[in-house]
Design a protein around this ligand. Sequence first.
Ligand code: C2O
Ligand code: CU
Ligand code: CU
Length: 506
Amino acid sequence: MRRIRPPSQEEHLDRRDFIRAAGRLGLGSLLVAEATVLADCGGSGGSTTTPDASAPGLTNTVTRPPEIGGGTIVASVGSQAIWSGATTPVWTLGGSSPGPTIRIGRGAGFSARIENRLSEPTNVHWHGLASPPEMDGHPSDVIAPGQSRDIAFPIVDRAGTYWYHAHPDGRTARQVYGGMAGFFIVEDGREAALGLPSGEYDVPLVIQDRRTSPDHSLTYAPGPMDLMAGVLGDTVLVNGRPDAVLPVAATLYRLRLLNGSNARVYRLAFADGRSFHVIGTDSGLLERPVPVTHVELGPGERVELLVDLTRDPVGTSMLLQSLAFTVPAGMGGGMMPGMGGGGVAQGAALDVLRLRVERSGPAARVPATLVPYERLDHARAEATQTFILSMGMPPVAGAFTINGRSFDPRRIDVRARRGRLELWEVRNASSEPHPFHVHGASFQLVSRTSGPLGPQDVGWKDTVLSWPGETVTLAIRFEQYAGLYVLHCHNLEHEDAGMMLNLEVS
Ligand code: C2O
Ligand code: CU
Ligand code: CU
């Protein structure tokens, strides 16, 4: 079991100074001083990635990151063509943003070496995977500039769409915003036997909103209101492309959607109102496809869809959008819910991705059943824990708490026992949505006080959105490893501001 290391002076002072100074000076001036132009903050040994899609006329075509099975993954600053006619400095894991897709079979051993060529600490968290605590990318367990870390653990998780991202305490939001995230796809025999769309018809798509700026940079400069709502962009990138277009064949597609945004929630639907099927959520496939016309996706969540384009003529296109929604008022008010300091408000309608049919494709059908999974019987839970998510208001900002506590790397806040089924009640006592995420275990939702569970709420999950005023109840059982993990809000600004607790599994 890993011990809690005393945090380095720098890590520890980060948030405390921030909170103190925020109280003293008013949040605004501090945050402006904190603004980071990614280009200036880089380290040595940057790479340059210029995907072929930057060729004239193709700028908006969605490409797939290269696939790897492990090996050396370098954290560095590079540049990438994102907006037409410009290159943008990006922070990368593995040389591109999104980083290379790690694809590996269940039961295999994953091994990688993370090299930090940034000028600040970083690390990598394997979001959703059962990884041993000392490999998990605990936010206090960072790799110093110029150092590297060897990672090795067996893949025990179900086939599914997981992801990896930078996770150093107090710096996660900035590093992920700069580009440090990628897919981690696990495959297994049961999934393969289903004959789901594969190869070019199986497309991982990470959705991230960003703020456009005249110099085409990804400057991360949160204003005072951004700390409350999280950083919301004005444009949506899909696999690093704005106004993204995915050329497709007229056939059935498996789309693996990841909300890799810092703070934005999407309500995804096609502009023509067509229905599609949800086949998987955070940690793998459901028992059967669920037909829907829209699906909600909070930061950190994944959903897998089957989208039937077999009857769409060549030359037509379908727009995937995020529909407008209203953030419930909740408690702890004083501020308009969803109000941001820039970008487009939480809940505003946004275009996400255009699917453009360019050729005919093979006949295919939606399978009637998928893969059975163990249902946790919440009536047999042996323990109950409650987590109250709350936020302070400016000028006392910084009070981002779970059960009244802001993250302190030296303190253990939550304990769980391996093999014990627990009920966790997650109460949102604030005016913002919070995606609640747990390291080291997956869970299943039992109920939401706001209404029935949605299609994105079924199956094995590791992240769940809780709306203002809502209580979400989940059943959870830690299985694989004992040791130190965290649970936190996956709104990355909230997380960095302390909405995170240490969790010890024994
Ligand atoms: Cu993707 Cu601790 O998070
Ligand atoms: Cu995680
Ligand atoms: Cu939050």
